[in-house]
Structures are given as C-alpha cells and as structure tokens.
Ligand binder design. Structure first.
Ligand code: NZQ
Ligand code: ZN
Length: 393
C-alpha cells in the first residue's frame, strides 16, 4: 500500500429532521454569528431556510444571509461573501445547499481568514494557511463537498474553473437529512449519482497497490449506488434509497475509498472541469459524457483493475480475453448511465466543441496540473486529452 493520510474531522448528523440541530451544532463550536450561504432559491421554496433560521434563533446564534450561488459557483459572489462576512464579524460560514454552495462557502472561509486575493489559492499561486469554520446543511447527494478537502470555483471572465485542496476547509459539521433531497429534479438526482460513482472510480483506477479492504468498500459503495440510483429513477420519494445515496456521496469523497492507494487518476474530473468551465454544463453529466472515452483510451495500462471492476462491480460475464472483459465492463457502465438519462457523448450532453475549443480545453487541463501529464493510469499529454474529447463527440 502507499503512504496515506486519512483525516475526517466532520461531525455528521444524519436522518429525518437533522437540520433542526443546526443551532446546537454552531453553538457547541463556540461560534456566535454565521453567514447563511445558499443557492438560487430551492432552499427558500422548500421552507428549509426558514427552519434553519429558526434553529439558529432558538440557539441564540445571530445570522446574516447571502444567496445566489449558481452551479459551477462564481468567484464574484465569493468576493461579495468575503466582504459581507468581514463587515458583519461572522465566525462560521453555514452552507445550505449542494456542492456549489459548500464550495463557495469554503472559498469565503479562506478569504475571510487571510489577506490577499483568494483566487491565488485556486490558480496555484499560494496554499491556504487558514479557513473560517464551514458547516453544511446538505440538499443534494453528489459532490461530497460536505466532507471533502476540496472546493471548486469558476472565474467568470475567462471561464477558468479551478479547484483548491487543503485539509483546512473540511466542514466542521454536516447535517444530512435524506428527505431534503426529495425535491430535486430527476436530472439533478441522476447527475449526483453519477458524480458519487465517479469519485470512487477515480480512486479505484489508480496506478499503485491496493488494499483488499479498500477495494471491498469501494466495490460495495459502487454497487449500492448502481442499485439505488435505479430505485430513485422509478421512486424519487423512496426514503431508504435517498439515505443510501446520501451516505454513499459523503463516503465516496472523504478519502475512505482511496485508503492506502496512490490517490487515484482524476483525469476524467479534470477533463470535465474544462467542459463545465467553457460550456457551464452540470458536473455529473459532463463526467458521464467523457468517462467511456477516457476508459477505452487508458484501460490497457491497468487491465487488471478494469477486469476486476467489470466482474465485481458491473457483474458482466468474463470474455475470452481480459481486454474484451474490460470493454464489457466499460460498456455496462455506459449503459447504466444511459438508463438514468445521463449522456455518454458530448452530443448527448448538448455541446459540440470546435477543434480549436478542444485544443484549448486540452491545454488548460495540462496547465491545471502544472504542465505535467494528466492522470496516473496512463499519464496523458495535451494530444491524448484532445483525442479523448474527440472520441467523446
Ligand atoms: O441553487 P438551487 O436553487 O439550490 O438549485 C440547485 C442547483 O440548481 C439544485 N438543488 C440542490 N438541492 C436541491 C436542488 N433543487 C431542488 N431541491 C433540492 N433539495 O441543484 C442544482 C445543482 O446544485 P449544485 O450544488 O451545483 O450540485 P452539486 O452538489 O453537484 O455541485 C456541483 C459543483 O461541485 C463541484 C462541481 O465541479 C460543481 O461545481 N465539485 C465539488 C467537489 C468538492 N468540493 O469536493 C468535488 C466534485 O468532484 C465537484 O467537482
Ligand atoms: Zn465530482
């Protein structure tokens, strides 16, 4: 196994009505005034924001609010949040929403805690040294930001979407009530399931040694998501299925399913981030549109992993040779994506980049990893990445 650090400081309160505890959770941190950060209106419409405000009032916690986070959250709102949080003397950022809201809250947390331009952390100029505590009330099972060490922000003037990773931003608490996800449109539920699968797949397809226990956990998680995503496709109000998917979302991205590995590949995520930076597509749908092309391009380099995935996760019959078995596994995953109405090509995603745009995205992918090769299963050059985008058309 590889040397690996596992750090999960997030206190999780999970189940029906969990959001009523949010005031107590803030108070037990010794915090007195929070910035409630939220998105485009779903939390207002569902009455969740009112309940959160009431829970804070009951615990004697003062609060100010900033809504308007959009999917693929924007830097300009982060700046606004930093100004507001400073002016109001806020000591905790409370994200009420999904990955976009939580990521924006993390960026505000960095910006309030240290001087200088917060974007420096996202374009790799500096590493954060402090972050205001962030708490999350999760409304969509998807990005896993409620327990992750990562935050992804888009600078709108040039569509540059960049992530920042540091242990400082892991939320101090995450409130997870599966019922809150029942108001999601089916497309967002499916995008979330795809993203959850991908967070474990990115770690599963690595280029190092693997622990049997970690593989077992990862495979159980993927099979669980495959099963309950289909249940939700038919029965969006099924509480058990919502709960299974919600917990899978957090465990898929808190480091557990990569324990003892080299960390995983992550090329598909980088390839998608350029797509959503340029075309503003939903993250989960962008991932499913390119994953098959990536998998076919690299699978010969780790046939053992792709065969194991095909047999243990996708439950396909072994073919006459390993490469064919690997391909069957990839095809089965693409068929699953389509069965929950996720796209498996750029055309189905609704974008048709020109050759020049593909070149630009491929160059930005490599820039984002400091000019080095992208991914570990088969380290990719600009030309390789461009070929993957082309094959995904
Ligand atoms: O803004 P509102 O009105 O709340 O609507 C949101 C949004 O339009 C809606 N929604 C959320 N909960 C809802 C709901 N609608 C009805 N009922 C509810 N209960 O869903 C839409 C999508 O929300 P968003 O927060 O964007 O989804 P997600 O959690 O998938 O986050 C995506 C962002 O996270 C980043 C992605 O790149 C993307 O920017 N990621 C963050 C990661 C991390 N921090 O660890 C890892 C991921 O790989 C990912 O890159
Ligand atoms: Zn993701």
């Amino acid at each position: 196994m590889s040397l690996y650090t596992y750090f999960t400081p997030t206190k999780v309160v999970f189940g029906k009505g969990a959001e009523d505890q949010v005031g107590t959770l803030v108070r037990e941190r010794g915090c007195k005034k929070v910035l409630i950060h939220y998105g485009g209106g779903s939390t207002r419409r569902s009455g969740l924001l009112d309940r959160v405000e009431k829970a804070l009032d009951s615990a004697g916690i003062a609060h100010v609010s900033l809504g308007g986070v959009v999917p693929n959250p924007r830097l300009s709102l982060v700046y606004e949040g930093i100004r507001l949080a400073r002016a109001e003397g806020v000591d905790l950022i409370l994200a009420v929403g999904g990955g976009s809201v939580i990521d924006s809250a993390k960026a505000i947390g960095y910006g309030v805690a240290a001087d200088g331009d917060v974007w420096d952390y996202y374009d790799g100029k500096r590493q954060p040294t402090a972050c205001l505590p962030v708490g999350a009330v999760l409304t969509i099972s998807a990005a896993g930001s409620e327990m992750s060490n990562s935050s992804v922000i888009t600078r709108e003037e040039d569509g540059l979407k960049r992530g920042c990773k540091s242990e400082l931003c892991r939320p101090v608490f995450a409130v997870m009530d599966p019922e809150l996800t029942m108001t999601l449109p089916p497309f967002q539920t499916a995008c979330g399931c795809a993203d959850i699968l991908m967070h474990t797949m990115e770690r599963y397809f690595n280029h190092g040694d693997n622990l049997a226990l970690t593989d077992g956990i990862a495979e159980a998680l993927m099979r669980t998501v495959l099963r309950y995503a289909l249940v939700l496709n038919e029965q969006p109000d099924n509480y058990e299925a919502r709960a299974e998917i919600m917990w899978a979302g957090s465990l898929s991205h808190n480091g557990l399913t990569g324990f003892g590995t080299d960390g995983g590949d992550w090329a598909t995520h980088k390839i998608e981030h350029e797509l959503s930076g340029m075309f503003d597509v939903a993250h989960g749908a962008g991932l499913t549109a390119v994953w098959g092309s990536w998998a076919r391009y690299v699978c010969r380099e780790r046939l053992d992993r792709f065969v194991q995935f095909a047999l243990r996760v996708m439950d396909v019959e072994a073919a006459e040779d390993d490469y064919q078995t690997a391909l069957r596994g990839i095809e089965a995953m693409e068929a699953f994506f389509r069965s929950i109405d996720m796209p498996t090509s750029l055309t189905a995603l609704g974008v048709s980049p020109t050759d020049a745009q593909i070149k630009e995205m491929a160059e930005k992918c490599i820039q984002a990893v400091g000019g080095k090769a992208l991914g570990v299963v088969r380290p990719l050059s600009i030309q390789d990445v461009a070929a993957i985008y082309q094959a995904a058309k």
